[in-house]
Design a protein around this ligand. Structure first.
Ligand code: PMT
Length: 223
């Protein structure tokens, strides 16, 4: 592990789920624990970077010497991400952002009616990592792709559709890795590179990923 790979750099990382409120007591969310994003924040810090960790609601303590910005919804995460951009060199999106949010948030707790079926109307959330990649004077931008089938193919689609520099393909259907587990296994994909990192703890994997990402980043900033 190279303890200076990112020295003097500012790394911004999103982590955890978002919560999309339905009413004052209910929300739509997912099973992201924040473990992967927090491990990346620690690894980036250990590689010498100043780290901003934009975190959805999780049960993890803020890592030492990392600036944590806590958010709930995708819209709040987008605001925090855009605010971090003015001096961010490298952006890594590990958060599991809800793709949709309720069209309206009820002011009071929704009452159970007599109907057997209740329909929710949802509207698309903005794509945070794509917005970052499209920003003026953009940072080196790395996304994840959480897929349950055709993992590498869908990841490559997301790499180009979202305008990213690298994407980390994550098979979230496999037992023991992905959402909420302590381990992960991924493939790091660039426009003309592909490297598989076998199953290990999210801490160990984060260190490998940060090393590899820093190499790609330093290569690009040299060019
Ligand atoms: O948090 P853990 O329990 O440790 O689990 C880790 C993880 C499985 C959540 C993580 O490794 C992971 O794969 N994160 C991405 C989850 C995801 O929502 O992927 P996606 O394929 O739906 O999104 C693709 C990329 O776009 C991601 O970088 C995501 O952060 C980003 N995105 C998606 C939607 C949106 N509105 N804004 C975004 O920025």
């Amino acid at each position: 592990f190279d303890f200076q790979a990112l020295s003097g750099r500012h790394v911004c990382i999103t982590a955890g789920p978002t919560r999309e409120a339905l009413d004052p007591v209910r929300y739509i969310s997912n099973h992201s624990s924040g473990k992967m994003g927090y491990a990346l924040a620690e690894a980036a810090r250990d590689a010498g970077a100043r780290v901003t960790l934009i975190s959805g609601p999780v049960n993890l303590a803020a890592p030492d010497r990392v600036e944590r910005v806590q958010v709930e919804s995708a819209l709040q995460m987008l605001d925090a991400a855009m605010e971090s951009l003015h001096d961010c060199d490298l952006f890594i999106a590990a958060a599991a952002v809800a793709d949709y949010r309720p069209v309206a948030v009820a002011e009071h707790k929704m009452k159970k009616g007599s109907d057997e079926i209740m329909e929710l109307r949802l509207t698309k959330n903005p794509d945070i990592v794509a917005s970052v990649a499209a920003a003026e004077s953009r940072p080196f931008t790395v996304g994840f792709a959480a897929e349950t089938r055709d993992v590498l193919q869908y990841a490559r689609d997301k790499l180009s559709r979202k305008g990213l520099d690298l994407i980390i393909a994550n098979d979230v259907s496999a037992e023991g890795i992905g959402f909420n587990s302590d381990d992960n296994a991924v493939t790091l994909i660039g426009p003309d590179s592909e490297e598989t990192l076998p199953q290990s703890s999210k801490q160990q994997l984060a260190r490998q990923l940060i090393n590899r990402i820093a190499e790609h980043f330093n290569e690009q900033t040299k060019a």
